[in-house]
Design a protein around this ligand. Structure first.
Ligand SMILES: [Zn+2]
Length: 223
């Protein structure tokens, strides 16, 4: 296999797969934040919420939350037919559920976005908190977050990268990243425009191998 072929194969893949990562807050950051926030809830509170936190996470991940000003958010309902105003300072939401005295999913969704935003800021501004892994490339850190995410949908993300194999670039799928090690699978080659041919370039005619996470180049996250 030659380098030009690899490049062409990657272009084909890029044309056929939609990239859906939001530029502002990574879904993985929202997911990560949700895990931290939900863990802080008492069992009693969780019983009271009766699953609203999971529905809130869905709203937050689905782009239903829009930041208006300060701690005020507009949150679109699950079916998209209504938008409710959430004021986190006043612990209020304009939805029927909130009027009945419940802590509604819109408030929780807004809170998740606010907290994820904070987490985002502190990582990118380097306010003294350590990055996910010391001196790690931002894209590797993102890939790691996605792969270790809590929600199934996020774990189903497909991550492609390029490694150097026998001095040639080789396109791989990243299967896992743990510690400084990534497990990768060689991507099939595309022959005659549409036939996928698996390749087994690694030691012992294997398709899968371990590489150093920091050796991953040109990381692409698709979900
Ligand atoms: Zn509400």
């Amino acid at each position: 296999m030659s380098a030009p072929n690899q490049t062409r194969d990657k272009q084909v893949l890029r044309e056929t797969v939609q990239v859906a990562i939001t530029p502002n807050i990574m879904p993985a950051t929202i997911d990560h934040t949700a895990r931290r926030v939900f863990e802080s809830f008492s069992d009693r509170f969780k019983r009271k919420l009766n699953g609203r936190q999971e529905r809130a996470l869905k709203l937050a991940l689905g782009g239903h939350v829009i930041h208006k000003s300060d701690r005020i958010f507009s949150v679109r309902s699950e079916n998209g037919n209504h938008a409710y105003l959430v004021n986190l300072d006043q612990s209020s939401s304009t939805c029927p559920d909130s009027r009945k005295g419940h802590v509604c999913k819109h408030r929780i969704a807004a809170y998740l976005i606010e907290q994820a935003n904070e987490a985002n800021k502190s990582v990118s501004q380097g306010d003294g908190r350590p990055p996910p892994s010391d001196g790690e490339d931002e894209n590797i850190a993102k890939a790691r977050l996605v792969l270790n995410a809590r929600s199934e949908t996020l774990r189903e993300a497909i991550i492609y990268a390029t490694i150097k194999h026998k001095d040639e670039p080789l396109n791989v799928e990243v299967i896992s990243i743990e510690g400084g090690t990534a497990v990768v699978r060689a991507l099939p080659l595309i022959r005659n425009g549409n036939t996928l041919v698996p390749q087994f370039p690694f030691e012992g005619d294997r398709a899968i191998t371990q590489v150093l996470a920091k050796s991953l180049m040109d990381i692409q996250i698709y979900r």
